[in-house]
Design a binder for this molecule. Structure first.
Ligand code: C2E
Ligand code: MG
Ligand code: MG
Ligand code: MG
Length: 280
């Protein structure tokens, strides 16, 4: 009887493993195709100044709609793209597409402070990243003062000196830099002090249920105080309720982003969120 169970377990195990491997392979193949076929597109989520509720800028977020597999979340395919070496090309596509969109808006007289683009740590680790960013700005014509890059704490895990040098170069070009998902990754206050950044993004896991969740409330307050002490602007992500926004505003948080203001949307759906429209 034990033997039978064992065999059944074994069979079940290999079968599910194979199925998972096949699914993974399908996804990988589709991801390669997506880059060729341009099955990616960007949506943009407004960032709002908490003091006066004026719009500040947008975060570009990638979307993938595969003709057969349907819509696949970046939380699923970005880690896969990192694993199979596609993140470099996808990252460049995102940066170029966001810059082109920015130029288009500016030409239309729609003004905004900055478009933020997420940068994976693997992108930053390449020594030609800074040159690529510079050439994309030149090629698209977006002024550097309208671009922001969001990096995560994990970028400091390999060769922090090289990363700090590159971030300084990007900053010197006029690009703003923020730490995304702050507090969820590899954190060191020592690095935070050295990093040439402009903003901290409080991760949405710490914004959830404030002011009711006492731990998150304490963490959010501490991040705001820490960031301000280091002369950084603070932005909260995942703000869904007025209550959260009020709390963040009262505690000095500078900016907010979340469903309360807007979901990430297609570029033509964002007319309410420019600092100035041609019609105004
Ligand atoms: P992130 O950069 O921290 O982006 C915030 C995520 O929270 C986005 O998910 C956004 O749609 C979602 N969000 C915004 N407001 C709210 C809210 O009020 N409530 C809730 N529950 N969620 C909200 P999304 O678009 O699925 O992206 C997930 C992650 O995938 C991003 O997290 C980022 O790490 C990564 N990602 C997305 N686009 C790119 C990209 O172009 N390049 C890279 N390297 N990573 C990207
Ligand atoms: Mg982000
Ligand atoms: Mg984030
Ligand atoms: Mg996050």
């Amino acid at each position: 009887r034990a033997k039978l169970n064992g065999r059944n377990n074994y069979a079940f195990y290999t079968e599910s493993m194979t199925k998972q491997a096949v699914e993974q392979l399908k996804l990988q193949t589709a991801l390669h195709q997506a880059l060729v076929n341009e099955d990616f597109y960007l949506v943009y989520q407004p960032k709002i100044q908490l003091t006066d509720l004026k719009p500040s800028g947008f975060e570009a977020l990638i979307r993938w709609c595969d003709p057969i597999l349907g819509q696949i979340s970046p939380a699923e395919f970005i880690p896969l793209a990192e694993k199979i070496g596609l993140i470099w090309d996808i990252g460049l596509w995102v940066l170029k597409t966001a810059c082109l969109q920015g130029v288009k808006w500016l030409i239309q007289g729609k003004t905004f402070e900055r478009i933020s683009v997420n940068v994976a740590s693997l992108q930053l680790q390449r020594n030609d990243f800074v040159d690529k960013v510079r050439s994309i700005l030149l090629e698209t014509g977006l002024p550097a003062k309208h671009l922001e890059l969001e990096v995560t704490e994990s970028c400091m895990m390999h060769d922090p000196d090289a990363i700090i040098r590159d971030l300084k170069l990007l900053g010197a070009m006029g690009i703003a830099l923020s730490i995304d998902d702050f507090g969820t990754g590899y954190s060191s206050l020592n690095y935070l002090k050295k990093l040439p950044i402009d903003k901290l993004k409080i991760d949405q896991s710490f914004v959830r249920d404030i002011p009711h969740d006492t731990n998150n409330t304490a963490i959010a307050k501490a991040v705001i105080a820490l960031g301000h002490a280091l002369n950084l602007q603070i932005i909260a992500e995942g703000v869904e309720t007025e209550e959260q926004a009020d709390f963040l505003r009262l505690n000095g948080c500078d900016l907010a982003q979340g469903y309360l203001y807007s979901k990430p949307q297609l570029p033509e759906e964002l007319n309410l969120f420019f600092s100035q429209n041609p019609s105004q």
